[in-house]
Design a protein around this ligand. Structure first.
Ligand code: NAD
Ligand code: UDP
Length: 334
């Protein structure tokens, strides 16, 4: 039986597909390549190009594949864009989930592992953030993902579709052999932007705000390596296969690094000066986001291997150095 990975050509999806195949799973991928890359998909996975919201297309995939469980990464995830274009996010993310659950229900597939996010919590009342804390998103992206969690809950109640919502904190790094990595256009995440400066593609980094109530005034975030994240999805699948109830888990390291600390770590790893300047705050940035991740460790048996932010950055730098143009599949690159 197959595991169907929606959004498997994206950054986190492609690492998870790769990991599933390494562990002997039979994998099919659905992706419309809106932000993903065909070359990122392990060639042992069957690939279907199309949109999750297209129920005729999606039903066709479920007809062809003997789907045991679904891992759902397919979504838009750029916070500032979601502030400007909220309907785009509710359409792709939230409606995409409705379309997927309808097709799953029609095909009697009752297991889904879902990419949720720390953005569903909004501005935390206390640190570290626990799964039971209030979820009050401060942007449409987080709201679209919270709605997806709620839609899965009611589909469980009505149709018995069991879910695991994995609430990722800050994801970074790449497969250590450098064969796959992060390639977003435009790039908005801190670590790949810093490495673009290190590689000479950007003149300097702008740090968004140094007047927060943190150790050095810059935001503090909790970084998790993409392969540790991939492993958590496989553990979540096993959890559902074992017949457990639907649940949500934070995925983070439970350690916070300030933006200045990440910059210093990247300078150490790359040996490059990486010029940086201070800029104004970015709208919607919470001061500190650190996960309580003991639940995933205890219940799923999650045991992250990358506990050092230098090691995480090292793998991202290896990908950057070996793939200066990423997957090199943008129009105009060729
Ligand atoms: P990504 O953009 O690299 O991957 C998303 C993939 O989904 C892409 O390959 C894209 O082409 C595909 N896709 C999007 N809409 C689709 C649709 N309607 N039909 C078919 N395919 C579609 O993003 P990522 O960084 O790998 O993130 C994956 C998931 O993890 C997202 O759902 C995101 O919300 C969530 N997440 C990411 C982070 C992070 O730090 N990167 C943090 C928290 C949560
Ligand atoms: N950040 C920054 N400069 C950049 C990009 C990001 O200072 O060019 C900061 C951002 O304000 C936040 C942290 O880096 O404090 C992590 O941002 P990212 O977008 O990577 O992830 P987020 O925490 O928003 O999910």
């Amino acid at each position: 039986m197959a595991i169907l990975v929606l959004g498997g050509a994206g950054y986190i999806g492609s690492h998870t597909v790769d990991r599933l195949i390494e562990k002997g799973y039979d994998v099919a991928v659905v992706d419309n390549l809106v932000t993903g890359h065909r070359a990122a998909v392990n060639p042992k996975a069957r690939f279907y190009e199309g949109d999750v919201r297209d129920k005729t297309f999606l039903s066709g995939v479920f007809d062809k594949e003997d789907v045991e469980g679904v891992i759902h990464f397919a979504a838009f995830s750029v916070v500032p864009e979601s502030m400007a274009k909220p309907l785009k996010y509710f359409d792709n993310n939230t409606y995409g989930m409705i379309s997927l659950l309808e097709v799953m229900n029609a095909h009697h597939v009752n297991k889904i592992v879902f990419s949720s996010t720390a953005a569903t919590y909004g501005e935390p009342k206390h640190i570290p953030i626990r799964e039971t804390d209030p979820q009050v998103p401060t942007n449409p992206y987080g709201e679209s993902k919270l709605a997806m969690e709620k839609i899965m809950h009611w589909s469980d109640v009505a149709y018995g579709i069991k879910f695991v919502a994995l609430r990722y904190f800050n994801v970074a790094g790449a497969k250590p052999d450098g064969s796959i990595g992060e390639d977003h256009h435009p790039e908005t995440h801190l670590v790949p932007i810093i490495l673009q400066v290190a590689a000479g593609e950007r003149d300097e980094l702008t740090i968004f705000g140094d007047d927060y109530d943190t150790k050095d005034g810059t935001n503090v975030r909790d970084y998790v390596h993409v392969l540790d994240l991939a492993d958590a999805h496989i553990l979540a699948l096993k959890y559902l296969q074992a017949g457990h109830d639907s649940d949500a888990f934070n995925l983070g390291s439970s350690t916070g690094f300030s933006n200045k600390e990440i910059l210093e770590a990247a300078r150490d790893v790359t040996g490059k000066p990486i010029p940086a300047k201070m800029g104004p705050r970015r709208a919607g940035d919470p001061s500190t986001l650190i996960a309580a991740s003991d639940k995933a460790r205890k219940v799923l048996g999650w045991d992250p291997q990358f506990d050092d932010v230098h090691e995480i950055i090292k793998t991202a730098w290896n990908w950057k150095e070996t793939h200066p143009k990423g997957y090199d599949d943008r129009k105009g690159n060729k």
